[in-house]
Design a protein. Structure first.
Lengths: 658, 176
């Protein structure tokens, strides 16, 4: 009976294509004809679509769990000895499965809009659901025609070919779902933008509706990127956290434009301005998400992360991208002039600050975009083989990031409409002095320049966020009790902004700390010690062990300082029996202030090569990203957003500093 | 308002062209160019593989007819995968010179006994110095050297049917 489950999934996938198509047609036709039944139908179909895709996805996971090697995808990427966790997560650890997951999240977004969007004007909701249906239909068709994970293979092999051992890791198991949820979440702001262009109307209510979606997607994307970076840090064993690899850049680009979108949507909501720009950002963010997911699949970009490439798939993907991105940009070119701005504003004001934010973030995005794609265009135009690496990105992104980080606390303190820099800067002088002291302490203490400047920025951001909260509760200007009462009454959105900005500060501190990192490669015999960063790293032993689908050479390294043991690490080297591939298992001991990081290399002449890293503040990078993500979540939990009262009167009631 | 669309149109067209080239193998993002192509075989020193005869640079400076130079190692899995290709080339009478890269002599001998010996002569590059002279990217790696000792092509990674029929055969015809 259960033999037919893959076919059931296959059928559900085909059904989902039909449902998504119908959802699009009913959504658009119903909205333009104001036909209540058709619009309700579109909403219902969105729900049906998510069920159908979930069945298909479930069938794939089931086939993987029960080791049905007659399913080609399972035969190619699984193995009977693989641990259960990776049998489940392995379902999305390959191209085909990950695309189904992508479609599942997209379908879930559509269902959420139709389920939770009851407060929306029905025509707008219907159009949004329609746009999402159209996008879904395209990508489901792509899955079915070029990347179907439920195809059978005959005769079935005795056992599978196993998954790339690098991917058999808990961090990476949950990285794709989080990242995809972030990518795909931006489909909703995109759908809102297209719907608004179709209606020719963008107002404050629109901004208020788009923001929670952008926020949610942004928070998930932040978490997803951080998880990916963390995985690269501990699994690839290079001791680095960001490599400016095309795939990493592809995930950073929508994050950057999404961050800009998040901020410009506030201006639409509060000041009814920047409409055209915000709509363009919404389109751009989802477009970059699509490029991030799919262009790396076409094999055009070379990357350590990409799955096997296939040019025929590439043409289909390009067609889809042209339809989605090109279509929405044509619509934009045609309809955007109708979106007249109604708000006016002064350059020095909260909205002015948000524009500075947008300009700088988008400049960074443009630089990263050009750097990532330049090798392609150099090859195309000049036939030259070049690669653009970290030095380019570090040198171009840094000059743009520094003013952005400097402006962040100032922007938080500027009131809407009209402001002068004076009061904001007066509130920040203490922060500036404190940040300067931090920098001076690091700079003179350790005789370094760039990391010290990094710590200045980090302190400026964290303390600036505190100053913002302190200013809001009028700390030391009213009695402490009154300040506490104000603290309790602060809207969550105020906390959210402060927390997210402070999280950026924590991240910057981590990056600056990594600027102080030391590493050493040394060959050591058992019992021998290597000195690094004032610590003695002693190789205690080397031994062989067995795992379920790998053999491991494991070592013990004891780190001590002045005779006192600080940590014991067990770096190893795993040889996976099926794929005959070796991975290094870096061992990390973190004190949260510093990471002790050891990698076991080759052995020769009785000595083992050890690569040792001393990484100050490394965990703060991911901690900072998590704090930022949490800040996004806080803002999402703000009651005003949750209720989403689409009345314009609500905005002034929050006061000038909301 | 048309600017974003224009930008996208340019990008889309470029990607389409690249995809077409990817399909016809004109463009390969993983290809690693070699600075040796078009140049004389570099100076290099290798030692003899015991019992299997060695060779030195003089064998490659003016071989008179095209030869292949193959870097391999017993510890390299793609080398096992390409062994049948090399054996087939040997059967066709193409001289192949082998360099065992960073390998122990007895391991090399074992490897050749198990997977066949396609080489006219074998040298050992235990320290990887010759690999350095050639700008070796990894093993296996194969160089096509014409009758005058000029490097004409280099393939990093295992030789495949496509490489033999699509690249080596035309080169053999051209430089015969």
């Amino acid at each position: 009976m259960t033999d037919y489950i893959p076919e059931l999934g296959h059928f559900a996938l085909a059904l989902a294509v039909a449902i998504a198509g119908a959802q699009a047609v009913l959504g658009f036709v119903g909205a333009s004809g104001r036909d209540g039944r058709m619009m309700a139908g579109a909403a219902g179909l969105a729900l049906g679509q998510v069920i159908a895709v979930a069945v298909a996805f479930g069938a794939l996971v089931w086939s993987s769990v029960v080791d049905d090697f007659s399913v080609q995808n399972v035969a190619e990427h699984s193995h009977s000895l693989k641990p259960l966790l990776y049998k489940v997560t392995g379902a999305w650890g390959n191209h085909e499965g990950s695309i189904v997951l992508w479609c599942l999240i997209l379908a879930a977004c559509g269902a959420c809009v139709s389920g939770f969007g009851r407060g929306l004007p029905s025509a707008l909701r219907s159009r949004v659901v329609g746009v999402l249906g159209l996008v879904s239909a395209g990508f489901l068709l792509f899955t079915l025609l070029t990347s179907n994970p439920l195809l059978r293979v005959w005769p079935p092999p005795d056992d599978g070919r196993d998954m790339n051992p690098l991917l058999q890791d808990p961090g990476l198991a949950f990285h794709p779902p989080l990242l995809y949820a972030g990518y795909v979440g931006f489909a909703v702001p995109f759908a809102f933008a297209v719907a608004a262009l179709l209606e020719g109307r963008v107002d404050a209510a629109w901004g208020r509706w788009v923001r929670p979606w952008a926020l949610g997607a942004w928070s998930l994307l932040t978490g997803g990127i951080a998880l990916g970076s963390w995985w690269a840090y501990y699994e690839l064993g290079w001791g680095g956290y960001w490599f400016w690899d095309p795939v990493e850049n592809a995930s950073l680009l929508p994050w950057l434009t999404g961050t800009a979108l998040l901020h410009s949507a506030i201006v639409v909501e509060k000041r009814d301005a920047l409409k055209t720009w915000t709509v363009l950002l919404a389109i751009a963010t989802f477009s970059l998400s699509l490029c991030g997911t799919f262009l790396v699949r076409s094999g055009i970009l070379n990357s350590v992360h990409s799955f096997a490439s296939d040019p025929t798939r590439g043409v289909f993907i390009l067609g889809l991208l042209v339809a989605v991105i090109g279509g929405s940009l044509v619509l934009f070119a045609w309809r955007a002039p109708a979106l007249v701005p109604t708000g006016i504003f002064a350059p020095v004001s909260r909205e002015g600050g948000l524009i500075v934010n947008n300009v700088l973030i988008c400049s960074i995005a443009a630089v990263v975009f050009c750097g990532t794609l330049f090798p392609l265009f150099a090859e195309l135009l000049f036939g030259a083989k070049i690669s653009v690496g970290a030095p380019f990105f570090n040198q171009t992104v840094l000059p743009l990031a520094v003013p952005l980080l400097l402006a962040m606390p100032v922007g938080l303190l500027l009131p809407w409409k009209r402001a002068s820099l004076g009061p904001a800067l007066r509130q920040l002088w203490v922060v500036a002095v404190a940040a300067g002291l931090v920098g001076a302490a690091v700079g003179f203490g350790l005789k370094v320049v760039l990391p010290a400047l990094g710590f200045v920025l980090a302190a400026w951001l964290v303390l600036g966020s505190l100053a913002d909260i302190a200013g809001r509760v009028r700390l030391f200007r009213v009695p402490v009790g009154a300040s506490l009462a104000r603290l309790a009454g602060l809207p969550l959105s105020a906390w959210a902004a402060a927390v997210a900005h402070a999280g950026m500060g924590v991240l910057v501190a981590g990056v600056a700390g990594m600027g102080l990192a030391q590493d050493r490669i040394a060959a050591a015999a058992v019992g021998e010690s290597v000195a690094l960063a004032g610590y003695q790293w002693k190789l205690d032993s080397l031994a062989d062990t067995r795992g379920s689908n790998f053999n491991e050479r494991i070592s013990q390294v004891t780190i001590s300082r002045d005779g006192a043991v600080v940590a014991v690490l067990h770096p190893g080297r795993r040889t996976f029996t099926t794929q005959r591939m070796t991975t290094t298992e870096a061992a990390i001991h973190t004190t949260w202030m510093v990471d002790f990081y050891a990698v076991l290399g080759e052995e020769r002449d009785g000595k083992a090569v050890l690569r040792l890293h001393y990484n100050p503040l490394a965990p703060w990078i991911w901690l900072g990203a998590m704090v930022m993500s949490f800040g996004g979540g806080l803002s999402l939990a703000d009651r005003r957003l949750r209720v989403g009262a689409p009345s314009r009167r609500a905005a002034p009631a929050q006061g000038a500093r909301a | 308002m048309l600017a974003p669309l224009g930008l996208f149109a340019i990008g889309g067209t470029s990607f389409y062209i690249l995809l077409q080239r990817l399909g016809t193998d004109e463009y390969d993002p993983r290809r690693v160019p070699s600075v040796l192509v078009g140049k004389q075989v570099p100076e290099f020193g290798i030692t003899e593989q015991p019992g299997l005869g060695g060779f030195d640079r003089s064998a490659l400076v003016a071989p008179g007819k095209p030869v292949l130079l193959n870097f391999f190692a017993s510890w390299c899995l793609p080398c096992v995968a390409e062994a049948p290709q090399l054996m087939a080339l040997k059967k066709r009478g193409i001289p192949i010179y082998g360099v065992a890269y960073k390998d122990k002599a007895e391991k090399t001998a074992e490897f050749l006994a198990r997977h066949g010996n396609p080489f006219a002569a074998i040298g050992r590059d235990a320290e990887g110095k010759a690999g350095m002279e050639f700008g070796l990217y990894g093993v296996p790696e194969t160089y096509f050297i014409d009758g005058g000792g000029i490097v004409r092509a280099r393939w990093a990674g295992a030789l495949t049917d496509d490489i033999v029929s699509g690249s080596i055969d035309p080169l053999l015809k051209k430089y015969a």
